[in-house]
Design a protein around this ligand. Sequence first.
Ligand code: GLU
Length: 474
Amino acid sequence: MKIRTRFAPSPTGMMHVGNLRSAIFEYLVAKKSDGDFILRIEDTDQERKVEGAVELIYETLEKCGIIINEGPNQGGNFGPYVQSERLELYQKYAHQLVEEGKAYFCFCTEEELNIQRQEAELRKEAFLYDGRCSHLTKDEIKEKINNNIPYVIRQKMPKEGISKYDDLVYGEISIENRFLEDQILLKSDKYPTYNFANVIDDHLMEITHVVRGNEYLSSTPKYNLLYSAFGWPKPEYIHLPMVVDENGKKLSKRHGASSFADLINQGYIPSAVVNYLALLGFSPETNEEIFDLEHLIKIFNPKRINKAPAVYDVKKLQWINSHYIKKMEFNDYVSLTKPFLEEAYDLKDKNEEWILELLKIYQNHISHGKEIVEVTRLFFNNDFELDEEKEAILKEETTDIVLKTFKEEISSISDWTIENISIALNNTKEKTGVKGKLLFMPIRIKVSYQMHGPELPNTIWLLGKETVLSRLSK
Ligand code: GLU
C-alpha cells in the first residue's frame, strides 16, 4: 500500500514554525517510503480565516523545497482539497450516522447548555453534555426541524469501557469512555467540526499515516470511535512533541522568530530552517547535524522522534544557518545581505568594490543576513565605548610603541591597498619586536573597537586611511 500523509493547515495567517515542522515531518514520513504528500486546507473555521494565508502556505512549502503531490493547486484524485468545498460530503456522512442510530440531532441552545454547565459546576462535576436530545422521538425531531429550530449533530459515544490506540511516538494512549462527551460532528451553521472533518477527509483521501502535533494525542481515541462507527480502517498515528521556548512554554506567536516569514525577513535561509526544524524532536543516528532535504529523507526514521518537548533554540538555528551562509555562492550571499546594509546605512559615497569587500569579509562571520548590520556598525559609527577587557589590553606596556609605529607605517602608505597594509603590519612587528596578540589586539581595538573580527588588513583597508589614522590618534 502506498504511504500517504497530509499537511492540513488552517489558513489563519502566518506559517508558524511549529506548523512548518509538522509539514516537514509529514513530508519525510511519506518520502521515506516513496509515498505521497498531500496538502489539505482546513478552513472550516471561517471566522479565523485570513486573506492570503493559503498563498503563504504555498509559498512557504515551495521555498522549503517541499513538493506537494496532491492539493488545491495540484489537483489529484481525492479532491477537493479545501474543506469549505467539501461541505456536502460532511453532511452526507453525518446524516448517514444519524440514520444508522449512531448520531442524533441536538437542539439544545447555548443558553440551555450554559444552564446545564452551571448545574454541573454546582455539583462540582466536569460538564459533559448529558445526551438528552438523543431521547427525542421521531415526531419531536420532525416538528423541530419543520419549525426551523437550529440543531447540531452529535455522535453517540460509548459510556463504558476504554478506548485506546498505539501512537508510534507515545505508545499506548487510552481514555475511559465515561469521560467522552457525545461529540459534535456538524455545527448549527452546517459546517463540520475539526474532529469530524479530519476523520472524513483522512479516510476519503486514503491517508495512511496521520502525522501532527501532540495537542491531538488525547482526542485521537474520539476520532477512532468515528472510524469504528463507519467501519473504516484506522490510520497509523505519529504525534510530534510540542515545540517550546527556552522557558519550556509552548512557543507562542509572540516569540520574536516564530513564523517562517519572520525568519526569512531576518535573513535566514529556507534550507537551513528546514534542516533545523527537522531536528526539532528528531535525533538522527549519528552526530551529524547538517542535512539537506534529500539527505534528511535518507536518514529519517520516525521511530527516532522524541516524546520530550522540543526546545526552539535560536542559537542552534543560528549555528546551522551560519553553516549554510558559509557555503553560499558569493552572489547569492550578496543578494541575501546587501539589502540589509542598504536599509541600515547610507552607502551613497561607497563604491561597489568597497561594498562587496565589506560583505565578503563577513561571509564566515554572520549567522543570518540581518546580522550584517550589527557587525559592520564599526564602519559607519565612531562612538563606541571600550569595556574593561579592552582597556586592559590598551594599557599593556608595549601598546604605545606598537600604535605609534603602526601609525607612522600607515601614514607613509601612498597606495592604499590591502597588501600595503599587511606590509605596514609586518614592518610594525619587525621594528617593535612585538608579535602575536600584543601586536594585533591593540591595533584591532583602536581601529575597530573590537577584539575579534575578520582579517585585520581588509578591515583597515575598508575603514580608509583617514579614519584609521584618526582612530589611532584618539
Ligand atoms: N488544521 C489543524 C491544525 O492546523 C490540523 C491538525 C491535523 O493535522 O490534523 O492544527
